[in-house]
Design a binder for this molecule. Structure first.
Ligand code: PLP
Length: 426
């Protein structure tokens, strides 16, 4: 395989041809810093800042009237953001609501859709998912008076980083009530075939849910057409809603109009909510899966942030993201082959999410050295370095500089000045 050497000139040309180049100036980026952690906490955009300030101003000027008279009335904000999010997940507007966090939304939807009966009592998940998802599944099983050691099946990985769809399908049987999987695995960045998994599960009468933490805002989805039953996501990663930004959920319209597993007054049909009756009339939309008063100031950034996604378009974002991660992998091969890194994300475009996942025994100290050199990577215990170049605000030249800084650290052994253990947050 002969490949042309990638030079600074090559990446400068890629930047010149990049139709999304102008979006970078919409964000607060620090000069000479390389932020490769947008898959953990996305950067603040000027639009998001504006929409938060607008909600603050409504509070300042209108107090309680902000609920209905604000420039973006708070009473309808979760629905409005739901509608704005729907195209990103391939849903109809009434199938999506902005609410909760991944973990609370998972509790809500498992409480709703997991109805163990007779032989069908199990939940099928995987051994590589994020711990919070697994804790939620375990506690939901116990809420039903069952033992999670018996009812939760976790599909194993052969290599410790990726899953084989065939292994998942093999475990689908008449004892499984609900399936929950990540769309993209948080460590390795593997993208699962959601369409195929959903089809196979439905053939066997299994309800299908996905956690889109690492795919929303990174790849396009067709949840409605794929017939996915439900999905949950956060918005502080690729959607740039800020720390603790309000998450979202999707429920296919064939399930709408029922009572949620966990009810509250915000589950109400809007016109009925203030009747204050003790019998809930649930909304006929995904709004029914809300529980209490929405967290307006943590939702408001999305009004601005999502505009950027609509303007850029999810297909262009995905195309650029694939080019960025391809470039990053090619540069790693070209520049870092002597230093013992292993790329553990799938290499094919159809199976790769938005980040590159590198394994190295000194991962923790390398990440600290990168930070001291103004590169923000992401470390996942025990030995994974995740690097996420973000289509809206990372340039091709940023990727080049990042690899060159990493090369300099590895050649000089600078990382050996740092302890190879993780900090509190990693
Ligand atoms: C980020 C992430 C979470 C975090 O859950 P929150 O409830 O939003 O704190 C959960 N699951 C996965 C797969 C994640 O990537």
């Amino acid at each position: 395989m002969t490949k042309e050497t990638i030079t600074r000139q090559t990446v400068k040309e890629l930047d010149q041809q990049d139709s999304l180049q102008s979006f970078k100036s919409e964000f607060y980026t620090r000069d000479s810093h390389y932020y490769m952690d947008g898959n953990s906490l996305g950067l603040l955009s000027k639009r998001a800042e504006q929409t938060v300030l607008r909600s603050l101003q409504d509070w300042k000027e209108q107090a309680i009237d902000g609920w209905t008279e604000g420039r973006e009335p708070w009473f309808y904000m979760s629905e409005k953001i739901g509608e704005m999010t729907a195209p990103l997940v391939g849903a109809k507007p009434h199938e999506v609501i902005n609410t909760g966090s991944i973990t609370t939304n998972l509790h809500q939807l498992i409480a709703t859709f997991y109805q163990p009966e007779e032989k069908r009592t199990k939940i099928l998940a995987d051994a590589l998912n994020f711990p919070s998802d697994i804790y939620a599944l375990q506690s939901q099983i116990e809420q039903k008076g069952l033992r999670h050691e018996e009812q939760l099946i976790q599909v194993e990985s052969k290599d410790g980083y990726t899953l084989d769809e065939n292994d998942i399908i093999e475990q689908m049987d008449e004892q499984v009530a609900v399936l929950l999987l990540p769309s993209i695995l948080y460590r390795s960045g593997q993208l699962l075939d959601m369409k195929r998994i959903t089809e196979e599960a439905h053939k066997r009468g299994i309800i299908v849910g996905f956690d889109l933490a690492h795919s929303i805002g990174a790849i396009p989805h067709e949840l409605h057409d794929w017939n996915v039953d439900f999905a949950v996501w956060c918005t502080y990663k690729y959607l740039n809603s800020g720390p603790g930004g309000v998450g979202g959920l999707y429920v296919h319209e064939r399930h709408l109009g029922q009572k949620p597993g966990l009810a509250g007054w915000f589950s109400s049909k809007k016109e009925k909510q203030f009747d204050m009756e003790h019998t809930l009339t649930p909304a006929e939309t995904a709004s029914a899966y809300q529980i209490g008063t929405p967290h307006i100031l943590s939702s408001a950034p999305l009004l601005g942030s999502l505009e950027l996604f609509h303007e850029a378009g999810m297909d262009s974002i995905r195309q650029k993201s694939l080019k960025l991660t391809r470039l990053l992998m090619n540069l790693i091969h070209q520049e870092l082959s002597d230093f013992g890194f292993q790329i553990v994300n799938p290499l094919e475009d159809e199976r790769r999410g938005g980040h590159v996942s590198l394994v190295h025994p000194d991962a923790a100290s390398i990440c600290k050295a990168l930070k001291s050199e103004r590169v923000t990577p992401d470390y996942r215990s025990p030995n994974v370095i995740r690097l996420a170049p973000i289509a809206l605000y990372t340039s091709f030249e940023d990727v080049y500089d990042t690899v060159m800084i990493l090369k300099e650290i590895m050649s000089s052994g600078k990382h050996k000045d740092f302890k190879n253990e993780r900090g509190i947050i990693a």
